[in-house]
Design a protein around this ligand. Structure first.
Ligand SMILES: [Zn+2]
Length: 100
């Protein structure tokens, strides 16, 4: 079992943190690509769609390592920025949600 800090650095250095921007509305979606799954995050609302976040929250913890990865990626400016058009927003969301 890897330590959280290693996992966070791995996700960031492998650029698995993705920042999706929709034009022209500038809507933003953050995701982190884990092992075979992509998780949807809201770093401002401190939300992540992974089970670790859900169960961590129940146990009184706030952040899972995906959220910490996004925070680190933002700080170090090490994320993949992908620009979409607003037309693609609903399709993109539907894809994410069906993956949960
Ligand atoms: Zn998570």
């Amino acid at each position: 079992m890897k330590k959280n800090l290693d996992r966070i650095e791995e996700l960031v250095s492998e650029r698995r943190v993705k920042f999706h921007v929709f034009e022209p509305s500038q809507r933003e979606i953050w995701t982190v690509v884990g092992k075979g799954k992509e998780y949807w995050l809201d770093p401002d609302g401190e939300y992540c769609s992974c089970p670790g976040y859900y169960f961590g929250k129940l146990a009184g913890k706030n952040l899972c390592y995906h959220l910490e990865s996004v925070l680190l990626a933002k700080k170090e400016n090490k994320f993949e920025k992908i620009v979409f058009s607003d037309d693609e927003y609903s399709v993109f969301l539907a894809g994410l949600i069906s993956d949960l």
